[in-house]
Design a protein around this ligand. Sequence first.
Ligand code: CA
Length: 219
Amino acid sequence: MRILLVEDDASLGATVQSWLQMDGHAVDWLQRGDQAVTALATHDYQCVLLDRGLPGLDGDGVLHALRARGATLPVLLITARDTLADRVEGLDLGADDYLVKPFDLEELSARVRAALRREARQPSPVLRHGGVTLDPVAKRVALEGVPVTVTAREFAVLEALMRRPTHILSRAQIEEALYGWGEEVESNAIEVHIYNLRRKLGSGFITTVRNQGYGLAPA
Ligand code: CA
């Protein structure tokens, strides 16, 4: 999933970015609040990790701007402030969750997964469609209960499709879910991943909608 990280602390930002990339997410990292507002208006993110103390525009201002235009994507505030009043204020501004520095990276991953589940209105952490199950925590895929080996990119493509099982995703939307800024997108990459997933999960599981993109066959 594509995540926007807004954190002006260079060392923490780099750590969180590479951690979430290892978790299989595409992560764009910005250090200024005003740049975050622009990025959020022009890209499709599934989650935002937002530091509160930022140059340009503080995290509360970014959050306010985001909610003011009706965007509902989950926002996790990252903060060093930890009084009850601070937490209440952040949640009332429209944050979904809260991480107090210093935080554990495993906990960060779990909170991101929880936010993505809520966003997709999926109470269970394991995604199911047809005979296919995808476990975002264990990074496992199975077909009719039998484990299927997939690459990290194939997993990410399948996850993007299974999180929105009734949507048609364009190639650009799938690329957005897979690649952060500055990452090289090989031409035909998405087609190759789809081809491999069909080979592994059955040719009918992923459908092609002409001139629109890819979707899942009705379960
Ligand atoms: Ca800061």
